[in-house]
Design a protein around this ligand. Structure first.
Ligand SMILES: Nc1ncnc2c1ncn2[C@@H]1O[C@H](COP(=O)(O)OP(=O)(O)OP(=O)(O)O)[C@@H](O)[C@H]1O
Ligand SMILES: [Mg+2]
Length: 271
């Protein structure tokens, strides 16, 4: 695929995440995360409260005018318009809050309950494509596989699917902004007897060099207020370095797509 070759010829900037301060320290991270989620929830919940109390005030006025038989047409129109706006805002804010909680639940997912089994990497990723392709509906973007048959793994397909889903979702929502027909390729190859390298390559917008080192931090998002919670890559990082026992890094330069590189042991560590 063209995007891949281009990507390989290019001098990309690479970032390997280990060693960030209080990033791998479990207790600290969880504490920060809880504080972060509480902080993020504050805005949508605060909005919800304000709008709900405005709405209740408007209902009171409306009811009073109605009872007194003084309800004018213009008042009625105003009430309906403001009411519609308020309800839309309530919907948006509560959806945002629910989204955040949903993501947070993924972070907290108990990695030890993930099911381990032997599987063929190519066949398993092919099966994932059925679900992944749902995200491509109504777009012209494409996803391709370049994974040799016969790459057996003894690992956790559930967490692996979660990671790939988050990476593909990112290519679609960030990489392909303003691009009509983007392409994502999932490539894998064996490294020695014991490891595989799995790459998720897109030919999208790429990532500014100065933000590359923050990508895996919880709550780092370039779409603040537009539905981004900044937890997708943090979750991916945790699953890859936790239950899957591997590493994840990113290579990108602006305008030239992004590549996420997972190096995974074919036999996941014992837990
Ligand atoms: N393939 C990509 N192309 C361009 N930018 C990317 C890509 N993947 C990630 N990013 C950048 O990394 C940031 C962090 O990604 P992450 O998945 O952690 O959060 P998010 O996608 O913004 O929100 P969430 O995944 O929680 O909905 C994104 O906001 C985006 O700026
Ligand atoms: Mg994301």
């Amino acid at each position: 695929m063209k995007a891949i070759e281009e990507n390989q010829r290019r001098k990309n900037t690479t970032f390997k995440p280990p060693g960030l301060p209080d990033f791998e320290n479990g207790a600290d991270t969880l504490g920060n995360l809880v504080a972060g989620v509480a902080h993020e929830l504050n805005t949508p919940l605060g909005n919800t409260r304000i709008v709900a109390s405005l709405l209740s005030e408007q209902f009171r006025e409306f009811a009073a005018a109605f009872e007194a038989g003084k309800l004018r047409r213009s008042q009625m129109d105003g009430f309906l318009n403001r009411g519609r706006e308020a309800v839309e805002l309530l919907e948006r804010s509560s959806a945002r809050a629910a989204d955040l909680v949903g993501h947070f639940k993924q972070v907290a997912v108990d990695q030890s309950s993930a099911r381990r089994r032997s599987f063929d990497l190519r066949r398993t990723v092919e099966e994932m494509l059925v679900t992944l392709r749902l995200m491509f509906k109504r777009t012209k973007h494409q996803i391709e596989l370049d994974i040799p048959a016969g790459l057996e793994m003894d690992s956790y397909p559930g967490p692996l699917e979660q990671v790939i889903t988050n990476l593909v979702a990112n290519s679609l929502t960030h990489g392909f902004v303003g691009i009509e027909q983007g392409c994502i390729e999932l490539q894998a190859q064996a490294v020695g007897e014991t490891q595989v390298v799995l790459r998720c390559v897109d030919n999208g917008a790429g990532i500014p060099t100065e933000t590359l080192h923050r990508l895996f931090e919880p709550f780092f998002t370039s779409r603040l207020g537009q539905g981004g919670s900044g937890l997708g890559l943090y979750i991916a990082y945790n699953l890859v370095t936790g239950v899957l026992g591997g590493t994840i890094e990113v290579e990108s330069s602006p305008g030239h797509g992004a590549t996420f590189i997972l190096t995974l042991p074919r036999t996941a560590p014992d837990r």
